[in-house]
Ligand binder design. Structure first.
Ligand code: HDE
Length: 679
């Protein structure tokens, strides 16, 4: 199925399989040797005429292109969007007409701050960019996993990014916001308050790309055939729920497996467990633009779902990994300005600036104006215009005419009338004085920051306090630490008092924003909890109970759970009843932080002290990260050797009439926040 859509058929024409083929130069000349350069005598100097050597080394010398100035570290997959609800009433966009309509797409996830090789589990915003290859041209929904943004006007974006990237004098820290310049920016640009609350929350350390939401962030417009517009916000809701790592875990994974998120996406797609997200939209009628206590053009504000409900209209399924990361993931060029008829912009000043920036940055990154011809960027419908030439032009436009208007080519290519599908910008009435200023309706920076805080479950609030305490404590300037604490007093005095204590500055006195409302949809607590695609390590040694473990493996696989057998060494581990299991990881190649849960299967090894130590480390860390742990009868002997206390999320074979079902139920819950690890 994943090879049948229009984009895949188009890409097929570009795929090259080198397997079994003779080695040639780029001129298709077969070469007779690839290990020695051409020399004057076996110990003599290399000859300039060795075109094969020169071509090979020259190409290598030019392999790198500039990384994205932001969102450099990313990973992508192909997929499809299936519409469930016809949107004809609201938009003329053809990919949103007719339930059941399928549109090919390409989705790239990313971190924002780190460079291309940085770890993926950093505390950061995640990019969530989708390119729909529609029959009317490419539509790009270039969003993030957080519904609001740091700033309100694009002119401040270079300042924000300069502040958050590694500091210029020593290029540290990599992929981290926990440093002086970022927090100095925050405290001196207080429209960041709401976004910072999200960034300090668990949303900024997603478990994987498959379990995070996506948001278009800006307010866009849907426009129907009568020219009537609705304001709209786009959401992606993951079918597996919204789940996050804990901070200690995220940091450790950064070292154990810096590729953790891409590996997860790659492996689940290879295994056929295709990630799915529902596309949701919130709509506001044009005439209701001023009915809210926030400005709908302000990108630091969200539309609470309880006030403006999210309607799910279709599903994205990611069903194919790329063939080549550079050719596809690296060369893909997203642009919020790539729209189709029936979708339009608003005057959000952040969006307006983005409409300039993406094409501009791609001219540099992809080496000139012809990047729309790169296979991954090509629309699936033909494109014709009078643009010509430039570096690496690939298409061959035939004929003598490359201008408009003309008579020699019957005045073609010619514009398409609006009623036949030509793009028409929404005819918004615009008037005003030329002015460099913010709208006063953008002035309230704290009400929604407080709304977010009010909406958090107690454990989520604690995580926010912990995150602030970590990040701000990394700031060396005492003045900046104090400014941050003073600023967040306007969100909640308890929050700022807790940060003040943690970072050694004065408790401020202030009055927080007067907001008592909450938006339950903002908490991750009520998300979807299923065991599908979770990853369990089964820890065993010689003499483990092979019947219990065999049944557990079957039960887990039936629930869509992935299982690794972990032991002291790779290979066969003998169990009871003469049956062996094959360990595919060792205690050192794997790590407890890489699993959603463990089953402590018992047994031992020829070095019992080392074996016990490894078992205890795995158990201790899983316990500290609030994860479910199962113990077989034999494995339960480790409980007294660790901090584990019997209670929620601890499943012990001897206590359960149905060990496997009890474990799957615990597994689906994923974290047991009620576990107090400090008692
Ligand atoms: Fe971007 N952003 N951005 N951004 N952005 C880029 O474009 C920019 C913003 C987002 O996987 C760049 O091709 C400005 C908001 C994603 O390839 C650049 C402003 C949102 C990606 C750029 C913003 C985003 C980018 C760097 C302030 C969420 C990665 C490389 C007005 C709605 C796309 C590139 C991919 C990438 C500029 C703010 C999302 C420099 C000026 C808000 C997901 O053009």
């Amino acid at each position: 199925m994943q090879n049948q859509n229009a984009k895949q058929r188009q890409l097929e024409g570009y795929r090259v399989n080198n397997f079994g083929k003779p080695l040639t130069t780029n001129q298709s000349l077969k070469v007779s040797g690839d290990e020695q350069s051409l020399k004057a005598g076996v110990r003599g100097p290399t000859l300039l005429e060795d075109f094969h050597l020169r071509e090979k080394i020259t190409h290598f010398d030019h392999e790198r292109i500039p990384e994205r100035v932001v969102h450099a570290r990313g990973y992508a997959a192909h997929g499809e969007f299936t519409l469930h609800k016809c949107m004809k009433e609201y938009t003329t966009a053809k990919f949103l007409q007719g339930a059941g309509k399928v549109t090919p797409l390409f989705t790239r996830f990313s971190t924002v701050v780190g460079s291309r090789g940085s770890m993926e589990t950093a505390r950061d915003v995640r990019g969530f960019a989708v390119k729909f290859y529609t029959e009317e041209g490419n539509y790009d929904l270039v969003g993030n996993n957080i519904p609001v943004f740091f700033i309100q006007d694009a002119i401040k974006f270079p300042d924000l990014i300069h502040a958050v990237k590694p500091e210029p004098h020593n290029e540290m820290p990599q992929a981290a916001s926990a440093h002086d310049t970022f927090w100095d920016f925050v405290a001196n640009n207080q429209e960041t308050a709401h976004m910072i609350m999200w960034l300090m929350s668990d949303r900024a350390i997603p478990t994987n790309f498959r379990k995070m939401e996506g948001f278009g962030v800006h307010t866009f417009r849907l426009v129907n055939a009568e020219g009537k517009a609705h304001f709209v916000k786009f959401h992606w809701k993951p079918r597996l729920g919204v789940h996050s790592l804990v901070w200690d875990e995220a940091q450790k994974i950064g070292g154990k497996d810096p590729d953790f998120h891409r590996r997860d996406l790659w492996e689940t797609i290879e295994a056929g467990s295709y990630p799915q997200y529902d596309l949701g939209i919130q709509m506001i009628r044009e005439e209701d633009e001023f009915m809210f206590d926030f400005d709908i053009l302000d990108a630091t504000k969200l539309w609470p779902e309880e006030i403006v409900p999210v309607d799910l209209i279709g599903t994205m399924t990611l069903n194919r990994n790329v063939d080549n990361v550079f050719a596809e993931t690296e060369q893909v060029a997203f642009h919020p300005g790539n729209v189709v008829p029936g979708i339009d912009f608003t005057n959000d000043p952040l969006l307006q600036g983005r409409l300039f920036s993406y094409l501009d940055t791609q001219l540099l990154r992809l080496g000139g104006p012809n990047f729309a011809e790169i296979p991954i960027n090509r629309p699936v419908c033909p494109f014709h215009n009078n643009q010509r030439d430039g570096f690496s032009r690939q298409r061959i436009d035939v004929g003598q005419v490359s201008y408009h208007k003309n008579s020699l080519a019957d005045n073609t290519p010619s514009p398409t009338p609006v009623d036949e599908g030509g793009y028409e910008h929404y005819q918004e009435k615009v008037e005003g004085h030329v002015i460099r200023a913010n709208s006063p309706s953008f002035d309230d920076h704290f009400s929604q920051a407080r709304l977010f805080w009010n909406s958090m479950a107690p454990y989520e609030k604690q995580h926010i306090i912990d995150a602030f305490s970590f990040e701000v404590a990394k700031v060396k300037s005492r003045s900046v630490r104090q400014q941050v604490v003073d600023m967040f007093c306007q969100v909640d005095s308890g929050l700022s008092a807790a940060i003040a204590t943690a970072v050694g500055v004065k408790r401020p006195e202030c009055t927080p924003a007067d907001v008592t409302a909450s938006s339950p949809a903002l908490s991750m607590k009520k998300t979807i909890y299923v065991p599908d695609t979770l990853k369990v390590a089964i820890l065993i040694g010689e003499g483990f109970d092979s019947t219990v473990i065999g049944n557990a493996v079957r039960s887990l696989r039936n629930s869509g759970v992935t299982v690794d057998i972990v032991s002291g060494t790779l290979g066969a581990v003998k169990g009871t009843a003469g049956k062996a299991a094959i360990a595919n990881q060792t205690f050192t190649t794997a790590a407890p932080v890489l699993y959603d849960s463990i089953i402590v299967g018992g047994g031992t090894s020829s070095n019992p002290a080392e074996f016990n130590n490894s078992m205890q480390n795995y158990i201790e860390e899983q316990w500290q990260h609030f994860k479910p742990i199962a113990f077989t009868n034999d494995g339960a002997r480790y409980i007294p050797m660790t901090s584990v206390q019997e209670g929620p999320g601890i499943v012990i074979e001897k206590n359960e009439s149905d060990f496997n079902n009890a474990y799957i139920t615990a597994l689906a819950k994923q974290r047991f926040w009620e576990r107090n690890i400090f008692e």
